[in-house]
Design a protein around this ligand. Structure first.
Ligand SMILES: CC(C)(COP(=O)(O)OP(=O)(O)OC[C@H]1O[C@@H](n2cnc3c(N)ncnc32)[C@H](O)[C@@H]1OP(=O)(O)O)[C@@H](O)C(=O)NCCC(=O)NCCSC(=O)C[C@H](O)C(=O)O
Length: 379
């Protein structure tokens, strides 16, 4: 080979790039070598810190999700949501649906799941959510979901210097038509890149301390059935502050790998809280924890099993009080707040509920209010 042809063979004539020498082999199976390499290299980080969010920022979330019947049915079956209109075509038709639609709980969970990579993957606690509405329902299987969020506010956490508190307004739209299908405002604690000095959470003055005595009504009334009229009748019997319409639901759902890890992953929720036991071992919960939407949907499933739901209208003041982990059992408690004959159909009336999810130790883990149209017995 001439010197010229040697030069040509060393150089790729199309790209002009010089052939790289083969990298020096490294024995990655030697534990010391690999451990040192892990220490020296940079980690390609995922997610955003608190400092990355500023009020007014708009985020268009890249992941999309096609809402499928499989996703819907997996979610509904694992959270014990058995409303026949979401399972059977004849029951769907009676409700005015073309076919069993996507359930608002799964729609909400999928809308939030898609946002996690941008908003909370860094590892923030899901604290609460309000103004959950479904302007574009019914939604059918095959709909492609597109989601965007706007930063509503950012605040310092007085009690936790390593976190900030961020609230976003999120909208899940039909990617084809642009119709808004689900919207809500959600608040998370988000890790800071740099902890800040705080007042440590202002100490409560003694005089402000809450009285530990429970202030419960004397009487609790249980509705006779699950129709609109049953809620109206029960409320009519409790017209003073010493009585309330409230009851617990018998079913419980112990959290397992499916509810803790599989359901959130199926909504593209990348929060490490739900699937990375290794990282979570060092967290306050010491374990992976249930996605807030699974906890809440399970409690709502228990509640719906004791009523004749017609349509979900919305949810407000949702709060997550403590963690739910694998092995914990989610139960539900319901208080009926109001009933009005002003639904979108003569077949139903509107009822406002307060739902509490609680665990096997009777600790509330979730609370929120819900407005739903409930079928009339007389319809
Ligand atoms: C998160 C907790 C451990 C906090 O408990 P605690 O230390 O007792 O603090 P506070 O309850 O006082 O709250 C801390 C600060 O946060 C503010 N806060 C609380 N709730 C809200 C709210 N709804 N809106 C706005 N701000 C809120 C308080 O005012 C405090 O502020 P400051 O005094 O200035 O510090 C505990 O609450 C807990 O364990 N909660 C359960 C969390 C949970 O399990 N969530 C669901 C699972 S995680 C998840 O689903 C993640 C999801 O995938 C996602 O990515 O979002």
């Amino acid at each position: 080979m001439t010197r010229e042809s040697q030069r040509e063979s060393d150089t790729d004539t199309d790209t002009g790039s010089r052939e790289q020498p083969e990298p020096r082999p490294i024995d990655w199976t030697d534990p010391d070598t690999f451990a040192q390499a892990l220490e020296q290299v940079e980690t390609k980080e995922k997610g955003n810190y608190f400092e990355d969010f500023a009020e007014g920022d708009l985020l268009e979330h890249d992941p999309g999700l096609t809402l499928t019947r499989w996703g819907n049915e997996s979610w509904l079956s694992q959270t014990l949501n058995h409303d026949p209109a979401y399972w059977r075509t004849d029951a769907a038709a009676e409700r005015g649906f073309d076919e069993p639609p996507i359930h608002p709980d799964y729609l909400t969970a999928a809308t939030l799941g898609i946002t996690v990579e941008d908003l909370s993957e860094k590892g923030g606690y899901f604290l609460g959510r309000t103004d959950v509405r479904f302007p574009g329902t019914p939604v059918y299987a095959g709909t492609e979901l597109h989601v965007e969020s706007e930063v509503v506010s950012t605040a310092t956490s007085g009690s936790r210097p390593e976190f900030g508190i961020v609230t976003w307004r999120t909208r899940g739209t039909d990617a084809q038509t642009g119709d808004v299908l689900c919207s809500y405002e959600r608040t998370n604690m988000i890790p800071r890149r740099e902890p800040v000095a705080t007042d440590g959470g202002a100490a409560t003055a003694e005089s402000d301390e809450e009285d530990d005595e429970p202030t419960l009504p004397e009487t609790f009334v249980t509705p006779d059935g699950g129709y609109f009229e049953d809620f109206v009748e029960a409320l009519e019997t409790v017209d003073d502050e010493n009585a309330a319409v409230a009851y617990r639901h018998e079913r419980g759902r112990t959290q397992d790998d499916v509810t803790v890890a599989s359901l959130p992953l199926a909504t593209l929720n990348t929060a490490k809280q739900h699937h990375n036991i290794d990282v979570m071992a060092d967290s306050p919960s010491g374990d992976i924890v249930t996605y807030g939407d699974v906890t809440r949907s399970t409690a709502l499933g228990h509640a719906r099993s004791d009523e004749q739901t017609w349509r979900e209208v919305g949810f407000d003041d949702e709060q997550f009080h403590t963690f739910v982990a694998a092995g914990d059992t989610v139960y539900a408690f319901t208080r009926v707040l109001a009933a009005e004959d002003d639904a979108s159909t003569d077949a139903a009336g509107t009822v406002r509920f307060e739902h509490i999810a609680f665990n096997q130790d009777d600790e509330p883990v979730y609370s929120g209010t819900r407005t739903a149209e409930i079928q009339k017995r007389t319809a």
